[in-house]
Write a protein that binds this ligand. Sequence first.
Ligand SMILES: *Cc1c(COP(=O)(O)O)cnc(C)c1O
Length: 421
Amino acid sequence: MATAPQTHPHRHPLAEVDPTIASLIAQEERRQEDNLELIASENIASLAVRQTMASVFTDKYAEGYPGKRYYGGCEIVDQVESLCIERVCQLYGAEAANVQPHSGASANMAVYFTFLQPGDTLMAMNLAHGGHLTHGSPVNFSGQLYNVAAYGVDETEFINYDEMHRIAVETKPKIIVSGATAYSRTFDFPRIRQIADEVGAIHMCDMSHYSGLIAAGEYSSPIPHCQVVTSTTHKSIRGPRGGMILGEAEYIKKINKTVFPGLQGGPLEHVIAGKAVAFLEASKPEFKTYAAQVKKNAATLSESLIHEGFRIVSGGTDSHMMLVDLQPFGVNGKIAQQALEDANITTNKNSIPNDPESPFVTSGIRLGTPAVTTRGMNEAEMKQIAAWIATVLRNHSDEGTISKVKAEVTGLCRSFPIHFV
Ligand SMILES: *Cc1c(COP(=O)(O)O)cnc(C)c1O
């Protein structure tokens, strides 16, 4: 019987097959090692999660759900997906889950497509106050297919629930979305459920940003107060890039049909396996310690920035992130993001409530601590980072200062190596 020769093309390593991509991977590893990652939606997946995503499950077609597939050979992926569902339900105390959405946006789309008809009213947080594009932006399907009613913050920069109630009664939404992409405070989930019940709406929380903190008990859980909860799996929960939907069994049953065959084809079983690994990691005591430190680091960073003369939107944070109002420094978000990037500090410009600047310029930056905390940084490093941010923004047109800070930042990063392998 013939055997595959040693030189079978499948056996060649990446560096040999495609030196260009291999080199770009090496460059990205270097970039991540040498930069302070303060983008609130980013994290550093573990070696175990990345190994799983590189596994042979990428080869397998598994349209359908465990035990009900359209293809043969699914006995092993069935175990992977069932285990993933079991772990995530256990982790969050959820009744049921769909772990197939390819991303956070597709998870939201699946819920909307299940419970809304075009023209129905969707209520979610004002994008200018922290809502996500999929919460009704006019450039997103959610804003194009549905009539959008927005709630937001008042002059305290906290959500005004009386106003939310008033708008809900007036507009009769079918879904009320809680959760946001740039709101650092907690949501009053029981109150939102009460409002939803009163107007006959489904309460859906999009916990994408907070899901790691929620898994660890460091942020209030929406699960008992929602029919449906959506999330990404790559932000504070630190899994592979992807999405998921949790909720009451009767709701998930309907959503399952929307995810497949309604919206997606074959599930990414290699990513689902990675999600299973991340949920196992998140159930460990070490992850609780991690999530608690993420919050402590955010609080310290926020206090230290206030000490440096910045204004933090709402005066602080209850989570892993904060919005920094740059106006006291006379610099806008666009300039700040670039100056900080030149000093190896990665952030994103972000509108603040009632921002006088356009969304392309903005008066703020959003900062988050999940990635730097994964590297092992603690309060002392947060104080140092706040001082560097202040130095860079006070001297944003002084190349000498920026390159001096960059050297110091790189030094700190090298003393907290990521250990990619
Ligand atoms: C990040 C995010 C999403 C979108 O996730 P993608 O995986 O980028 O599609 C949706 N909702 C909220 C609140 C988010 O923060």
